[in-house]
Design a protein around this ligand. Structure first.
Ligand code: ZN
Length: 240
């Protein structure tokens, strides 16, 4: 198995929206990661980055959330760095429905796509899934994708009602948890601070505590939108 890290541009936002009460009004620009895992039984994408429309300067957005990307950052162009085309992807795991994670779904057809059932419980969720011609698999909790323990979906609610993360077991590099937005940055994990934005505080705290325990158990954690930590990784076409 190989784990590839991709970046689909950035989002301009404010520090206090990432980390509660930190740098109020201080602008910051965060990466938009997504991931590919090649497994003998199929190629799995975890999140898909921003929609192609975010590459056009005419995108009117409020000051709290300004997508920044070029067509080269789009999921199709990023996958091409590894020689892959969207039709080579056999499964997609979407951490949650926000546009910087689900936006690239528009590039795929007829692929098995995993989402937690609870992710449909806010902001017109049914309408969301009906707009994509994908083979939706709605989950109630954790799920082992190929039944061999190598790529496991882990339920991590809080940021949204049905947020999920991905646990990948690499032969040489060991276990890696891709948290997506259940943990934005290292500060949240290391300094016990709440994220600046969440759907449910109790679930957010429970999820962060679970991920802290996973780190204590030796699992490597890759957080969702951390400019510092992300900068330390080698992106595709390099892989782990
Ligand atoms: Zn996000």
């Amino acid at each position: 198995m190989k784990l590839y890290l991709f970046q689909c541009g950035t989002i301009k936002t404010f520090k206090h929206l990432l980390v509660k009460n930190a740098g109020i009004g201080q602008p910051c620009e965060v990466p938009v990661p997504f991931f590919l895992i090649t497994h003998p039984d199929g190629n799995v994408l975890f999140d898909t980055g921003q929609p192609l429309a975010a590459a056009s300067a005419s995108q009117g957005q409020d000051g709290n959330y300004l997508p920044v990307m070029t067509p080269d950052d789009y999921v199709i162009a990023q996958l091409a760095q590894t020689g892959m085309h969207p039709s080579d992807i056999t499964r997609i795991v979407i951490s949650h429905r926000h546009a910087d994670h689900a936006g690239g779904l528009e590039a795929f057809r007829d692929v098995i796509c995993y989402l937690q059932k609870k992710e449909l419980t806010y902001d017109d969720g049914q309408n969301f899934i009906s707009q994509y011609p994908l083979r939706w698999q709605l989950l109630n909790g954790d799920h082992d994708i190929f039944g061999d323990g190598k790529i496991k979906i882990i339920s991590t609610p809080g940021h949204t009602p049905g947020h999920q993360s991905l646990l990948v077991k690499l032969e040489k590099r060991g276990d890696i948890l891709l948290t997506s937005d259940s943990v934005y940055t290292e500060e949240i994990l290391e300094e016990g601070i709440l994220p600046g934005v969440f759907f449910n505080q109790d679930d957010t705290v429970k999820t962060i505590n679970m991920i802290k325990a996973m780190r204590r158990d030796g699992i490597r954690i890759i957080t969702g939108h951390d400019p510092q930590a992300w900068g330390s990784f080698k992106l595709a076409p390099k892989f782990m």
